[in-house]
Design a protein around this ligand. Structure first.
Ligand SMILES: *Cc1c(COP(=O)(O)O)cnc(C)c1O
Length: 462
């Protein structure tokens, strides 16, 4: 039985109309987009779950803040307001705004990574993986075993495999490990949380071998909510204390503010030690790539909205509703026997498409097949998080075989209602029920050399 929906702790003030299309129109649209979800127009999507990044609804306070934004080139009051909020929440000495998460990676990673080095993560997000490679180094994923088995219900499936981490460090040599990256929540493993205990264990290993520890912090607030829900020690802690405790264990963080900070654009880098020589390098790279260090590629008004969003994102009533929405959708999938990375993560269910299409091999992209069928069925735009997204081996050029073939329902924050959530479940069930009608997957007819899934052209295999 589906669980009770946690009602929204807000009401709607501004309305964005949606275009209603027929199935035939959607079939034409997806063919025109070369079967690439990123090449559909936004207005062609009735429910857009392509990403929860930058697609969130800002509050009236944030919109009011937009009007107060200070557009001074250097030293704007909005910059100081943002830095003060971030320092208060994360407890870090230095905060560098940048225009989004990948900009943080571009600015920070080359200071640690170069040819011959490795970076190890509980699991790299796609742009994070790309920035490791662009810096000349090689990424290594080291997720715990539980995280690799979608049907297995366990707590903290986003954790690092700590034993394996130490083995890899010994194998490659500690001096060759440029950094360890803890992604919280673990996006590519299904928005699965990382426990405070795991963070402590990883930090201890990094300390033992003298390796820099960076947090990829896009969904730090949702992670903190899971820690509070599922880690005994933290049950009575305020969210902010959990965040502080987690971040105190790392040296730096890179953050896309387009997720848990509930803005449409923004990001930052944090450095714990206010005296760190790293800060000068970050400022220098930021000035070259992003703009002067007091705006980092953002408008003053964006910094103002960010400062407010940081606090709204850790509000416990909001987080209860947010995670409650995921749990409600997941319970509908449970009722229908649909396998997803369970229990559901922070930003939506990651459906095990290989279970729905067991006859379609990884190199015909079952996750992409499911995304296309959902779009045709109900105008729902999702995306593949599987072999199609993973791409080719940078050294051999061969198609990589992903651990899981997921289709991701990334749910924007404060945007969709319970009826939208029900449509998501109904569409998925309908597509699953006629899965056998789909005999073959897709082939790639054109692809760029890196981050191909954003741009590639596909065609159905006849
Ligand atoms: C979104 C995301 C990024 C990249 O951030 P952008 O703002 O999209 O550039 C990096 N890491 C993780 C875990 C993310 O979810």
């Amino acid at each position: 039985m589906a669980i009770k929906y946690v009602p929204e702790p807000f009401r709607i003030k501004v309305v964005e109309p949606l275009k209603m299309m027929t199935r035939a129109e959607r079939e034409q649209a997806i063919a025109r987009a070369s079967y690439n979800m990123f090449r559909l127009k936004g207005e062609e999507c009735y429910i857009d779950l392509l990403t929860d990044s930058g697609t969130n609804a800002m509050s009236q306070e944030q919109w009011a803040g937009i009007m107060r934004g200070d557009e001074a080139y250097a030293g704007a009051s909005s910059y100081f307001k943002f830095v003060e909020a971030a320092q208060d929440i994360f407890g870090y000495g230095y905060i560098q705004p940048v225009h989004q998460g990948r900009a943080a990676e571009k600015v920070l990673f080359p200071t640690f990574l170069s040819e011959g080095k490795f970076a190890i993560s509980n699991m790299f997000f796609d742009t994070t993986r790309a920035h490791v490679i662009l810096a000349g180094a090689r990424p290594i994923d080291c997720c715990c075993e539980e995280g690799k088995n979608p049907a297995l219900r366990a707590k903290f499936k986003g954790n690092m495999d700590v034993e394996r981490l130490e083995e890899i460090i010994k194998e490659k040599g500690a001096e060759n490990i440029g950094m360890v990256v803890m992604t919280i929540t673990n996006n590519s493993a299904g928005g699965q949380p990382v426990s405070l205990q795991n963070m402590r264990d990883v930090a201890a290993i990094c300390k033992k071998y003298g390796i820099h520890l960076n947090i990829d912090a896009a969904r730090y607030a949702e992670n903190a909510y899971f820690v509070k829900r599922d880690e005994q020690e933290c049950q009575d802690w305020p969210i902010k204390r959990i965040v502080r405790e987690m971040f105190a264990l790392a040296d730096t963080f890179t953050m896309s503010a387009k997720k848990d900070t509930i803005v449409n654009m923004g990001g930052c880098i944090g450095v714990k030690d206010p005296e760190s020589p790293l800060i000068l390098k970050i400022k220098a790279n930021c000035i070259s790539f992003e703009g002067f260090y007091t705006y980092g590629g953002l408008n003053g008004r964006d910094l103002e909205a960010l400062a407010i969003g940081l606090y709204e994102g850790i509000d416990e009533d909001y987080l209860r509703y947010r995670i409650g929405q995921m749990e409600y959708l997941a319970s509908r999938l449970d009722d229908a026997g649909i396998i997803y990375q369970a229990p559901v993560g922070g930003h939506g269910p990651f459906i095990d498409a290989a279970k729905i299409y067991p006859h379609i091999p990884y190199n015909e992209f079952p996750g992409q097949v499911l995304a296309i069928e959902l779009y045709k069925e109900a105008g729902i735009r999702t995306c593949d998080i599987g072999s199609y997204m993973l791409g080719n081996d940078p050294d051999t050029g061969e198609q990589l075989h992903a651990e899981n073939e997921f289709t991701r329902f990334a749910i924007p924050r404060r945007v969709y209602t319970q009826s939208h959530i029900d449509i998501m479940a109904d569409a998925l069930i309908a597509v699953r029920d006629r899965a056998k009608e789909i005999k073959r997957g897709y082939k790639i007819t054109w692809e760029p050399p890196i981050l191909r899934h954003f741009q590639a052209s596909l065609a159905p295999i006849e």
